[in-house]
Design a protein around this ligand. Sequence first.
Ligand code: VGL
Ligand code: ZN
Length: 197
Amino acid sequence: MRALIVIDVQNDFCPGGALAVPGGDEIVQDINALMADFNAVILTQDWHPAGHSSFASSHEDKNPYDMIEMPYGPQVLWPDHCIQGSMGAKFHMELHQDRADLIIRKGYNPKIDSYSAFFENDHETPTGLEGYLRTRGISELTMVGLALDFCVNYSAVDAAKLGFDVTVRQDLCRAIDLNGSLAAAQDGMREAGVALT
Ligand code: VGL
Ligand code: ZN
């Protein structure tokens, strides 16, 4: 069984949004068209409470894109984005969200960011997605969405480590590319055994 996992195609990651990924809206129609080829369609939704610890605004004397040390490791600080219930947290208007079997939200823990669809950034608190996929007999995953070098990357690497067969369709992703993060992410995904196409 094969699932399409659509990562964070939300207004805040599209042009005009709070953490806009260049060209983030260009991939929506082709993602919609791909949905019919899979046994299951799963959407992830970045879903932060106001004042989340990954926001630069929650820390004194910090600016967006600064790095800080969190109890679970280094963390990039972001502009406020994807606040629960906001317009920015909604999916892109044209994304076929009605086709989703499951919408998995992440980043709701105020103290821990969660790039991956499988684990929070402490790499141990699960989101529950692994159990959902296994109980449905899904072993092959294709990932698309935003951003290639953060949430797609973390999700793909975690899935490969968990033993899923993972393909990332890079043509249906867009990247933030912060200080070489795209090249590093591509290397990391390849090393983890993710197929990059
Ligand atoms: C993401 C930064 C912060 C992403 C989410 O979806 O890649 N990036 N939150
Ligand atoms: Zn976020």
